[in-house]
Design a protein around this ligand. Structure first.
Ligand code: AMP
Length: 249
């Protein structure tokens, strides 16, 4: 069994981002970048399935500029066997990424593709679903548990108010939720080994996919600054203020 794991390079989750002065986006110059946390969970799950003996090969793939090789090396250090960079200068949006991933899936023929449920930069939560639609494959989104069973994949999903269990036929798409697993720290010897693992570079244009943007960002704004709190003298005053000033009850 082969698993394809698409991963995205995003601003490190611990960095505080600032909006550009012209409000066209966020400042990315000199910021620490990293693998999207939900993609780390996807990689970890693929590695655990391989350690359990179900999976033969893990291929990590990213769509982006040459600088994205760093997260592919991290994926290789986590346990991916091979990596593919689909190189483009265009900042690809979910539909474009999904089309590229379909082309990669046509070449690689994986049984399972595990993606993050969302990338924490744009919070789109679209790519996995679009890819499932383009390929016509079964999908299990927001997975908190994965088990190969009866020739298919049993996916436990986090839904409002509880858990839902689906049985997917292969090939299938899974997107990861936070509680699926806790990704491992990468050990130094594995970082050294990862340098020797194969990393192929394909030009997005060679896959025949049009990555032209279909969305236009009008403006990006900071959230409104939070006002200070106040102390109230009694429950009655609290209720009065919530009802008459804030108008929330
Ligand atoms: P999104 O739909 O943008 O929130 O992203 C959801 C998931 O799709 C991510 O966690 C990745 O697994 C995958 N993905 C999004 N963008 C890319 C990209 N440029 N390259 C590879 N995978 C991506």
């Amino acid at each position: 069994m082969k698993i394809l794991v698409p991963i995205k390079r995003v601003v490190d989750a611990n960095v505080r981002v600032r909006v550009k002065s012209d409000r066209s986006g966020v400042e990315l110059a000199n910021l620490k970048m990293a693998m999207n946390p939900f993609c780390e969970i996807a990689m970890e799950e693929a590695v655990r399935q391989q350690e359990a003996g179900t999976v033969k090969e893990i291929v990590a793939v990213t769509v982006g500029g040459a600088q994205c090789q760093d997260i592919l090396r991290t994926a290789l250090a986590m346990g991916a066997d091979r990596a593919i960079l689909v190189e483009t200068d265009v900042e690809a949006q979910p539909l474009g990424v999904a089309k590229v991933l379909r082309a990669v899936a046509d070449r690689e023929k994986p049984e399972v593709i595990i993606l993050g449920k969302q990338a924490i930069d744009d919070d789109n939560n679209q790519t996995g679903q679009m890819l499932a639609a383009l390929l016509g494959w079964a999908q299990g989104t927001f997975a908190s548990k994965l088990e190969f069973a009866g020739g298919g994949l049993r996916v436990t999903r986090e839904v409002d108010g509880g858990l839902e269990t689906l049985m997917l036929k292969l090939p299938a798409i899974v997107t990861t939720d936070l509680r699926l697993n806790e990704p491992r720290y990468v050990k130094l010897p594995n970082i050294m080994k990862a340098k020797k693992k194969p990393l192929d570079v394909i030009k997005a244009a060679d896959l025949g996919v049009d990555l032209t943007s279909r969305l236009k960002v009008l403006k990006v704004e900071e959230p409104p600054a939070r006002g200070g709190g106040i102390k109230v003298a009694s429950v009655q005053e609290l209720v009065h203020r919530l009802r008459n000033e804030r108008k929330v009850i």
